[in-house]
Design a protein around this ligand. Sequence first.
Ligand code: PXP
Length: 237
Amino acid sequence: MALLGVNIDHVATLRQARRGMQPDPVLAAQTCLGAGADSIVAHLREDRRHIQDGDVVLLKKTLHAKFNLEMSIDREIVGIACKVKPDQSTLVPEHRQELTTEGGLDVTGNRSNVAAAVGRLHDAGIEVSLFIDPDVKQIIAAKKTGVTMVELHTGRYADAKTPFVRKRALRQLREAVKAGVDNGIHVFAGHGLDYDTILDVARIKEIEEFNIGYAIICRSIMVGLDRAVREMKALIV
Ligand code: PXP
C-alpha cells in the first residue's frame, strides 16, 4: 500500500491572507497525522508566500512522522534546510510568478547545480528526492546526481482536459515509474491529484508515496480536515 504525504502549504496560505496566527499549519499537520497521513510536506518558498521559517522549525521539533521539506536549489534555502534537518527534502523548480510548482526540475539541463544541492543536503544527513516530469531522460539524470528517490509530477495527468490526453499522460507516468524502478530509484508522485484522479495512479503499485495538498485542504473546508485526510487515505489502496 502506498503512503500518503499531506502538503500543508495551503493552510499557511490562508493564514498569510491576514498575516495572523490562524489557521496554524503545525496544528493542521498533527490533525493530518492523527487521521492517518504518513508524512507531512511543506514548501519553504523563496518569496515566503505561505510557509514561514518559524513553521519549518516547529514542524521539525513537533512531528512524529516523516517531515518532507520542499524547496528550490537556491543556496540560502538549502542552507536553512541543512540547519533544520528535515527527514527528507524534495528539490523543486521555483518561479516567482507561478501560482504553484509548474513542471518538474530540469535535471538534464542543470545537473551540476542540482548535484551540488543534493550533495550539501546529503552531507547534512538529509534524504533528497527530485521532483521531475515523468520523463526517462530526467530519471537517468536524477540518478547521476546521487539521489535514490524521485517524485514524478502528475500535473499533466491530473489537469488533462480530455480522456485521450489523460490516458496518454497515464501511460507516460507508467513508463517513467518503470524506468525509475529499473534504475533502482524509489518513485513517489504528486501534484494536482484529487479524489477522482488518485484512483488510476493509485493502481500503479510501484509508486511508494503520493503527496497531495490542494484537494485535501479544499475538501477540509466542507467536511473537516480529519475526514478529508481519511477519505483520501482510503483511496490509496
Ligand atoms: N509534490 C510536490 C513536489 C509539490 O510541489 C506539490 C505542490 O506544492 C505537491 C506535491 C502537492 O500538489 P497539490 O497541492 O496540487 O496536491
